[in-house]
Ligand binder design. Sequence first.
Ligand SMILES: *Cc1c(COP(=O)(O)O)cnc(C)c1O
Length: 432
Amino acid sequence: MILHPHLSVNSQGHLTIGGMDTVELAREFGTPAYILDENVIRQNMRTYLSAAEKNFGKGALPLFASKSLCFKEIYKIAAEEGLGIDCVSGGELFTAKSAGFPADRIYFHGNNKTDKDISDAMDMGVGRIVVDNTDELYAVNAEAMRRGTKQGILLRITPGIDPHTHKAVVTGSVDSKFGSAIETGQAMEIVKKAIACDGVELYGLHCHIGSQIFDIYPFSDAADIMVRFIAEIKKECNFSIRELNLGGGLGVRYTENDPHIDYAQAISDIAKVVTGFCNQNGIEMPQVRLEPGRSIVAAAGITLYTVGSVKQIPGFKNYISVDGGMPDNPRYALYQSRYTALIANRADAPRDFRATLAGRCCESGDLLGEDMDIQHAERGDILAVLVTGAYNYSMASNYNRIPRPPVILVKDGNARVAVRRETYDDLIRCDV
Ligand SMILES: *Cc1c(COP(=O)(O)O)cnc(C)c1O
C-alpha cells in the first residue's frame, strides 16, 4: 500500500491502482491522464451515507460537492449510491441535469447567483436553493412569486469560527464573502425576512467552515453554534428549523505526513454534539446534510504523466519536467499544496532523488511540487502524482492551449473513458 489501500506495487515493480497496472493504463490511454478508482469513490459515498443515517437518523443525507469533481458519470454514480449533490453554478446544474440526476436532491449554492442561475434552477426544480444574502433572498422570492410557486431554501450562515484558533478554517469567519454572520445579528435578520417571504419555504440553515481540515473540533464547534442558533430561532420566532447542512471539509491524506482519517468516526463525533444539544434542550432533531467533496474523490484519483527532460543544476535543484502541469493541476501554483509523486514504472525503487516537478507551460510558477522525494527519473518514464481526484480535473484549464486530459474510471479490472481527451479541434470550437 502507498498512502491508500487501493494504491500498490505489482511484481514488475509498477504502481497499481485498484489492482490495475498504471504503466499499461498510460500506454492504453496516453498521458497525461486522470485515473480514478470507481470502487473507492463508491465506498466513500457508502461510508458517508451509512454513517450519516446511523448517527443522525434516517432522513440524513450526504450531498456530493460537485465543485471537487464534475462530469456526467460522477453524477450517475452519486445517484446510484443514493446521495444528493450540491451545485454552485449553472454549468454544474446543466451537467447534473444532462446526467439525469434527480433535481429534488440538488442543493444550489453560490454567493452571487445571477437572475438566470436562479430561474434555471427553478426550471430544473432543484430541491433547495442555499440563499447567501438578503439581495438574493428577495431575488429568489420574486422569481418564485412570479411563477406562483414556493421555492425550498436554506440560508447560508457564518458561524464565526475563529480562523486564528483553526488556521485551515477560512470560510466560516465573520469577515467572509459567504453567508450571514450570527455574531453581527445579520443571520437572525435574514431568518426573519425569509420567514416573512411568501415565495420561499425556509427549511433550514447551512454552514461550511473550510476545507482540508483534519481536526474534528472546528466541525463540532460549528455544529454546536448552529444548533444553539436553531434554539434561538425557535425561541425568538417560534419557528422550527427542519434541516441543518453542516457543509464539507474533512481532510485527505496527500503525503505520508498527513494523518489517516476515519470518516465514519468523525461523523459520529459531530453527531454527538448535535443530538446531545437537541435532546437536552427539547429541540426537534433537524435532518442533517453533509457536503463532502475532497474526502469522497481525492484519494481515488491519480494523474499519470510522461517524463520529458530531467535537469540537474549543479549546486541548485533537480528538475523533472512532465507533459502536463498547472493546466491539469493548478493546486500547487494556487496554494502550494503538497503531493506525493512516484516513477510508476519503478515504483518499488527507493525514492532517493530530490526534485522539483515542473510542468510544460511558459511560466516558472508552473510546478506540481518542489523538493519532492522521488525515484531517479529519465525521459520516457511514467510519473504518477497521487491523490489528485479532487480539485484537479474540475479546476483544469486550457492555459497555453493545452488540451485537457481524459478521465478514466477503473473498476474491478476494467478501465473506461468517462471524459475523453480534448482535441485541438475542441480548443478552437468557440473561436469565430
Ligand atoms: C467546497 C465546498 C464543499 C466541499 O468541501 P470539501 O473540502 O471538498 O469537502 C462543500 N460545501 C460548500 C458550500 C463548499 O463551498
